[in-house]
Design a protein around this ligand. Structure first.
Ligand code: 5GP
Ligand code: MN
Length: 348
């Protein structure tokens, strides 16, 4: 078929190597396989975890998923979540799985510190660690590293992995739904520059399999709680500051703000992008008080490299146009002064 030739030709070459094939062969004699992803998991983390997990389980392998902490409720429809343990909620069982694993697939993160409280066990586990990721500067902790920072999502890399294994016919509709979700959420619904012809060929393959994209968009975007919609509106109407001459916008939500709207994991997802919708704003900063610190999310368009800003000012990292980090204080006023002195003082 012409379509499948194109799909293969445009795939990430890193995923179609002998090394990737060896992972498949080695798994055949393994008793326990674990698939994990980063903390505060987003659509790409949960989607890549479940895309691969469903595929491995359907092939008869004994695989389990572990997430460091709970996934947002707009992903709770995803098939396979019943085979995923949440480390924060059942640390003993999750640690036992990690310590007994023969291989641990580490998806959508570039270093164990991105797994929060799971980090030590992940580092100490004797399993082979296989990383599939699209973040810059991967830490050298993996036995095998499949990293492509040019790729828009880890889900796309998982697709290429399965393509490289020669198993597209076996890729189930359930696995496809999970991978579609991660590609969709990490590309801003297929709008970012990271989207390629190959991305669209993958989507075409999913549609051929019978995937209903309208259904997935509805599940992810149109099943929000009233509290969440109100929190998002409040964030913009009452908590937005703009430095128009500098092209910078910022929203900061305190613990009190979050409690007022019955905050649940994932409720603030997308707020940072709404700041970029403002004409003239090139740098969007979203700050959320969490456990005595402030979690930072940065987004940009054009020349501004938020990975550098996140790493310089917030001990974080990420991608050129999407990054995050932490501010070690729980005061929004202190944060705003810090941003004005550092970032605003410098941007033009
Ligand atoms: P988000 O703003 O959606 O939380 O994160 C955007 C991207 O920034 C993530 O995909 C991740 O690459 C990166 N990121 C977020 N938080 C952190 C952090 O605390 N440390 C590092 N190194 N990267 C982060
Ligand atoms: Mn990702």
């Amino acid at each position: 078929m012409k379509g499948s030739v194109n799909l293969l030709e445009s795939a990430s070459k890193q995923m179609i190597t002998n090394e990737a094939r060896q992972c498949w062969d080695e798994m055949q004699s393994m008793d326990n396989i674990v698939v994990t992803a980063h903390r505060s998991p987003d659509g790409d983390a949960v989607g890549s975890l479940l895309g691969l997990l469903n595929h491995l389980r359907e092939a008869g392998l004994n695989a389990m998923g572990i997430l460091p902490d709970r996934f947002p409720s707009f992903l709770s429809w995803m098939p396979g979540l019943e085979h995923v343990l949440i480390h924060d909620e059942s640390p003993q069982a999750a640690n036992a799985l990690l310590m007994n694993a023969d291989a641990i697939w580490c998806l959508d993160f570039n270093g164990p510190s991105r797994t929060g409280k799971m980090e030590t066990t992940l580092r100490n586990a004797p399993a082979k660690k296989w990383v599939v990721d699209h973040h810059q500067n991967p830490e050298e902790f993996a036995d095998r590293l499949f990293s492509n920072p040019d790729c828009g999502s880890t889900c796309e890399l998982i697709f290429d992995l399965i393509l490289g294994w020669g198993q597209l016919d076996e890729l189930s509709l359930n696995a496809a739904k999970c991978l579609y979700t991660g590609i969709m959420t990490d590309t801003g619904s297929f709008r970012y520059a990271s989207v390629t012809e190959h991305t669209h060929l993958i989507l075409a393959h999913f549609l051929n399999k019978g995937l209903s994209q309208a259904e997935i968009h509805e599940w992810v975007f149109d099943q929000q709680s009233l509290n969440r919609v109100r929190l998002q509106a409040y964030a913009i109407s009452s908590r937005l500051r703009v430095w128009m001459d500098k092209g910078v916008g910022m929203i900061g939500l305190t613990k009190d703000d979050l409690e007022r709207f019955g905050y649940q994991a994932g409720d603030t997802e997308g707020i940072v992008n709404s700041i970029l919708a403002i004409e003239g704003v090139k740098l969007a900063i979203f700050a959320k008080e969490s456990e005595g610190r402030i979690k930072m999310s940065l987004r940009s368009v054009g020349e501004i490299n938020v990975r550098d800003l996140a790493s310089k000012y917030f001990n974080g990292g990420g991608h050129i146009h999407a990054a995050g980090g932490v501010f070690e204080s729980n005061s929004m006023e202190v944060l705003v002064s810090y941003i004005e002195e550092s970032i605003i003082g410098q941007s033009h």
